[in-house]
Each structure stands twice: as C-alpha cells, then as structure tokens.
Design a protein around this ligand. Structure first.
Ligand code: RFL
Ligand code: PHB
Length: 388
C-alpha cells in the first residue's frame, strides 16, 4: 500500500488530521489498534475551547456540535462558603462549548471518507528519517502489511509507538507526576448547575461537569492507586455534596444512577521536538496535560489544524516554511497549555501543607476579585486563537 500521509491512531487527532487533509485533496490511510466502537465509546474530555469550535465548524463538523452542544459563558470557582462566576465572554469575548469527546469522535467517524484500518497489531515505524518512511502492521486477519508514505503522522496517544521512534539524542522529555488522581463518574441525572463548578476543599478538589441536560460528569480528587470499586455510589455522592457545597446558599446537589466510575492519574508530559525527519507527532503522542484545565482534546485539535495546513503547503504548494516551523509553532501553544494546566491543578488540589492551602486560597481570591486575574484565567481557559 502507498499513501501520502500514513496516520497512526484514529482518536480525535488522527481522524481530524485525515479529514482536514482529505478536504485539501491529500490522501491518507489511518491505522488503529482498537475497534471503531471501542474508540467511539471512550469517555474522556468534555470541553471545547473557542478556537476548537471554530475549527470543527469550518471543517464541516459543526452541525451536531451547534445543535446538541451547549455554549457556556464561563465557570464557577469555589471554596468553602464562597462561589464566584467567571464570565469568559465578558472578560475575553470568547466562550467554550460543552460537547463530549465521544460526540466529536462520532462526528469524525461519520464525516471521514478515506481508509481507516481498525484492529491492527504490531504497528512499527521504519526509516522515518529518510525519504522512504513506512509502517508495518498486522491486520485483523493476521496478514502482515506494509504502508509506504511521504510522511508519517504519529497520532497514537500516550501509549503508542510513535514518540519512541524519535531516537534518544534527538528527543527531550519533560515530565511531572502529581500526588493525586481523579475519581470520575458519569451519572444519569440532570446537572445541578448551569455551568461547570471547580471546587477547592480542604478534603480535596471536586468538579461538577456535564454532558447533556440529562447526563452529569463529576470528579473527586483521590489518592493515587485508588480502586474505583472501593467507592460506593452513596459514598461518592456524599463526598461530592460535601466538597461542592451542598446546602451552601440554598444550593443542592441532586444524585442519580452512576453509569460509569473510573480513576485517572494526573500527569504532565512533553516530548520535543514534535518533528523528526518525516515523522510528525500530534496530540497525546507528544504531550499530556492533567485534565484540570480541560486542554487535552483542545491541544490535539490545535496540533492537527497546524499540521494539516503545513502538510498542505508542503505537498500541494511545495513550500516548506510552515512544515519546518511545525514543531516550534505547536510547542509554543503546548507549553502555554502545559503551564495553565499545571497552574489550575496546583491551585485547586488539596495537600497536607497548610502554607500551600493559604497560597491557594489567596490565589483563588485574586482570580475571582481582580479583573486582571480573572482575565488571565479566562483567556487561557477559553483558549488562544489558532496559529493557522
Ligand atoms: P487518543 O485519543 O489517545 O488517540 C490515540 C489513538 O491511537 C491508538 N493507538 C494506536 N493505533 C495504531 N497503532 C498503535 N500501536 C497504537 N497505539 C495507540 C489508540 O488506540 C487511540 O485510539 O489521543 P489523541 O487523538 O491525541 O487525543 C487526545 C485526547 O484523547 C486526550 O488529550 C484527552 O481525552 C485527555 N483527557 C481529557 N482531556 C480533557 O481535556 N478533559 C478530560 O476530562 C479528559 N479526560 C483524558 C481523560 C484522557 C484519558 N486517557 C488518555 C486515559 C480521561 C482519560 C481516561
Ligand atoms: C469533563 O467534562 O470531563 C471535564 C470538564 C472540565 C475539565 C475536565 C473534565 O477540566
């Protein structure tokens, strides 16, 4: 098999890249280890920043997003006895949309036209630093396949082989782990809030998010290594109610049937550069952020918007300035989001250190009372314009 762009991974980064390339008349083939159903059902991110909404809309992927997604003007930040609304639209002129990654994935699958080879095994990258890069893999019938391409896009997330295809001396890895995880639940109950609530609490952070008018998504800070099965539904709702301030100023948290419960660890990770020869990394393959800033999916979308534009210039217009600048341009946004995600995470998660708690509360008071502080948070959360 031969194609112009071999894409590894059919998550949001890989499928969106392939879709954008197809719109520019560029062929690609996507290979994916999982089944189409598995990829589409993974419960992950829920917030699309302003530029991501614009990009998906301009790529013809906005119909359901605008019909079924919900525009939010801002978020609530709270700590015991206090709840403050930050209005991103007033502060920056930009809003965000609540629209689950599962929905984005469905829209991408529905719109996608080129070949996607699902359920492959043993994906390997070869000769990425030459002008004959290629992949080998075994298809679901057990047949060994070879895919030759002009370039390879590594969109294979945090466990894929692409990032390790950049050899040691060329790559640098920056990493931070955090001493806590999130217990996340999905529940068949109307959200108890109109917009997301990020809550600082001495017993740990809590977040009230949502997927639709009938489905809520909530998170609790828990110790690393927590087994979700050890949290009963009642205990989970009780802890959420306490940390989210049930009863405070008459606000109540309505519990409901929990349909999914899982624990996710918190990690910051960046690998540089995002290009090695004819291999380009995008999305979680190159960087991971803790979810507190709601940036993971948005960064993946921003990377591939940039990469699709740069590959189009290279392959159709025969100009290399954009592709030569890809890694540096993408990393500027990656580091901005890495900092913002680290900052939100460290501002909102409880530790045993009373000094840190006072600093966190001071910071929260500042971002909720100073226009300058609020605007900084709003600008980062609603997202910066795409560099394309
Ligand atoms: P994905 O979505 O992980 O897709 C990568 C795809 O590559 C496939 N793959 C391979 N394919 C072929 N050959 C191989 N050898 C392969 N190895 C892997 C995988 O099966 C997969 O389909 O990465 P992408 O496209 O870069 O998209 C990034 C986003 O998915 C990610 O940043 C966010 O979902 C992160 N994230 C969250 N972000 C938020 O903003 N808010 C959240 O609430 C949130 N929750 C989460 C998350 C990530 C999670 N992960 C990765 C475990 C919750 C979880 C559980
Ligand atoms: C979610 O809805 O899953 C979500 C929203 C905001 C975050 C993290 C997760 O910061």
């Amino acid at each position: 098999m031969r194609t112009e762009v071999a894409v590894i991974g059919a998550g949001p980064a890989g499928l969106l890249l392939s879709h954008l390339l197809a719109r520019a008349g560029i062929d690609s083939v996507v290979v994916e280890t999982r089944s189409q159903e598995y990829v589409a059902s993974r419960i992950r991110a829920g917030i699309l920043e302003h530029a991501a909404v614009d990009l998906l809309t301009s790529a013809g992927l906005g119909d359901r997003l605008h019909a079924e997604g919900h525009e939010h003007r801002g978020v609530y930040l709270q700590w015991p006895e206090e709840r403050h609304h930050l209005d991103f639209l007033d502060l920056t002129g930009r809003s965000v949309h609540v629209y689950g990654q599962t929905e984005v994935q469905k829209d991408l699958v529905a719109a996608h036209q080129g070949p996607v080879v699902y359920e492959v095994t043993d994906t390997r990258l070869h000769d990425v630093h030459t002008d004959q890069p290629h992949l080998t893999f075994v298809d679901r019938d057990g047949v060994h396949q070879r895919l030759d391409a002009t370039v390879i896009a590594g969109c294979d997330g945090s466990f894929g082989p692409s990032r390790a295809a950049v050899p040691e001396p060329a790559r640098r890895v920056f990493e931070r782990t955090y001493p806590y995880s999130w217990l996340g639940i999905l529940a068949d109950v109307a959200p108890s809030t109109d917009e997301l609530i990020y809550a600082w609490h001495p017993d740990g952070f809590a977040l009230h998010s949502m997927r639709s008018p009938t489905v809520s998504r909530l998170y609790l800070q828990v110790p690393n290594g927590t087994d979700p099965a050890r949290w009963s539904d009642q205990q989970t709702w009780d802890e959420l109610a306490k940390r989210l301030g049930h009863g405070q100023d008459g606000w109540t948290l309505t519990p409901g049937p929990i349909t999914d419960k899982s624990v996710l660890p918190m990690r910051s990770f960046v690998q540089t550069p995002m290009r090695y020869g004819n291999l380009f990394l995008a999305g979680d393959a190159a960087h991971i952020v803790p979810p507190t800033g709601a940036k993971g999916l948005n960064l993946a979308i921003a990377d591939v918007a940039l990469l699709a534009r740069a590959l189009t210039a290279q392959l159709r217009e025969h100009t290399t300035a954009l592709i030569d600048a890809y890694s540096e341009t993408a990393l500027r946004r990656v580091w901005r989001c890495t900092h913002f995600s680290w900052w939100m995470t460290t501002m909102l998660h409880a530790s045993d250190d009373p000094f840190e708690a006072e600093l966190q509360l001071s910071q929260l008071r500042w971002v909720t009372s100073s226009t300058a502080g609020a605007t900084g948070l709003a600008e980062n959360y609603a997202g910066l314009p795409l560099a394309v």
